[in-house]
Every structure is written in structure tokens, then in C-alpha cells.
Design a protein around this ligand. Structure first.
Ligand SMILES: C[S@@+](CC[C@H](N)C(=O)[O-])C[C@H]1O[C@@H](n2cnc3c(N)ncnc32)[C@H](O)[C@@H]1O
Length: 213
């Protein structure tokens, strides 16, 4: 697990930032250009592999259970791996946004239709043009600067009774710090931890903003 953190983080960060990440003071937050380079070099191809299948399908299950036929915003969607795990009948409208042009192009090449859209955008600057039943942060919050501010801002784009689904890779104590930061103004509706055959684990939570019914 530590190797995965170092592999993902070490190449893109200065020592000071790396230590801050380990202390939970900041996430793994490379520049947009670094994401471009990494996607061009296929460094995130492992997200498409069998080892990663379980947490995407927990998210799919949550969407179908809590919000069938949802309008979904997938923040930091990368190459659209979650979208590929969804059947088109699982949602009414899907928008995936990501920092990386390369990731967005790859996502579009797999599926883009009258209800499935991908857009290059910085999540912090992004202004949704509609409200959503479900906003997903799948393995993205720990990569985004100031995640708590982002979650607080985007929750205003939930429809009444809308939900936020977050998946975070479990890594030492870091994910716990992240959870504490981002879930403060939410009620936890459900949570699931999945572990693959190699011992990597993810926690997925369904959150509903307090006072959003
Ligand atoms: C670990 S990848 C996960 C990608 C995708 N959610 C998945 O599960 O396949 C994290 C993603 O967050 C995106 N990201 C990081 N900072 C971002 C920002 N400020 N705005 C939009 N996307 C961002 C990166 O480009 C990257 O695709």
C-alpha cells in the first residue's frame, strides 16, 4: 500500500508536499500539466483493471439503490471508468468533469451520447448549469486541493434530497483525515468498505447534506 502511495505521489511532488500529504495536511495535488503527462503515459491504466472493479460497482449499486435514473455529476472523472461501469439505463443524465484533456478525450471515445457528457474543467472553477440527484467524487477528492471547500460549494448543486457519493482509497491514516474534513456538514446514509484480493481497500460513503430535504 505504501508503495502505491509513493508510486502515485513521489513522481509528482516535492519532498515538503509529500510530507504534508503523509501528515494529511494536504492531498496529492499535482498541477494540471502533471495529470496530462500521467494520462499520456498511461500511468492511470491500472484504474481499468480487475483489481479496481469493486469500488466502482459499489458506487453503481448506491446510485441504483438511492437514485435510480439519476442526474449524476462525476467530479474528477478521469477517463470515465465509473461511467463505463454504469449501464446507460442507470442514469438520466451524466456529466463527468476532469482537469485532464487527455483523460476527457479518452472518456469521450468510449461513450458520449445524448445523455452522457464529458468536459475538461477545474472542479474549483466549474459552475454546474443544472442541479443533480447525485454528485460523485470517485478517488478524486484526495487529489484535489482544498477538498472540503469544493464539496461544500458543489453540494449547493444538489436537488432536494440529493446525495454525495465519495470513494477513497484506504491509505494508512490519510483517508481518515480526509473523511473528517469533508463529511462535517453531512449525514452519513451508508458506508461500505471493499477489499480486493491483493489487500487494497476502498471506503465508499453515501452522504446527504444536513438540512437538504
Ligand atoms: C486518481 S484519478 C481518479 C479518476 C477517476 N475518478 C477514476 O476513478 O477513474 C483523480 C482525478 O482527479 C482529477 N483532478 C485533480 N484535480 C482536479 C481539479 N482541480 N479539477 C478537476 N479534476 C481534477 C485528475 O485529473 C484525475 O483524473
Amino acid at each position: 500500500m505504501l508503495i502505491r502511495i509513493i508510486f502515485n505521489v513521489g513522481g509528482a511532488m516535492k519532498v515538503k508536499e509529500f510530507i504534508q500529504t503523509l501528515l494529511g495536511m494536504r492531498g496529492f495535488q499535482p498541477e494540471q500539466t502533471t495529470w496530462e503527462e500521467q494520462y499520456k503515459n498511461n500511468q492511470w491504466n491500472h484504474l481499468h483493471q480487475l483489481d479496481e472493479l469493486a469500488h466502482y460497482n459499489v458506487i453503481r449499486g448506491y446510485i441504483n439503490f438511492f437514485k435510480p435514473n439519476a442526474d449524476i455529476l462525476d467530479v474528477g472523472c478521469g477517463e470515465g471508468v465509473l461511467n463505463r461501469e454504469l449501464s446507460s439505463s442507470d442514469y438520466n443524465y451524466y456529466k463527468g468533469i476532469d482537469f485532464s484533456d487527455t483523460a476527457i478525450e479518452n472518456a469521450r471515445s468510449k461513450r458520449e451520447d445524448e445523455k452522457t457528457f464529458f468536459e475538461q474543467a477545474d472542479a474549483h472553477a466549474y459552475q454546474p448549469d443544472r442541479k443533480y440527484d447525485c454528485i460523485v467524487f470517485c478517488e478524486s477528492l484526495n487529489c484535489i486541493n482544498n477538498p472540503e471547500k469544493l464539496v461544500e460549494r458543489l453540494k449547493e448543486y444538489l436537488k432536494p434530497n440529493g446525495i454525495v457519493i465519495i470513494s477513497l482509497f484506504k491509505q494508512l491514516w490519510i483517508d481518515k483525515i480526509m473523511w473528517n474534513k469533508v463529511q462535517t456538514s453531512f449525514e452519513i446514509i451508508d458506508k461500505t468498505t471493499v477489499k480486493n484480493g491483493k489487500g487494497s481497500a476502498w471506503q465508499c460513503k453515501v452522504l446527504r447534506p444536513i438540512n437538504n430535504s
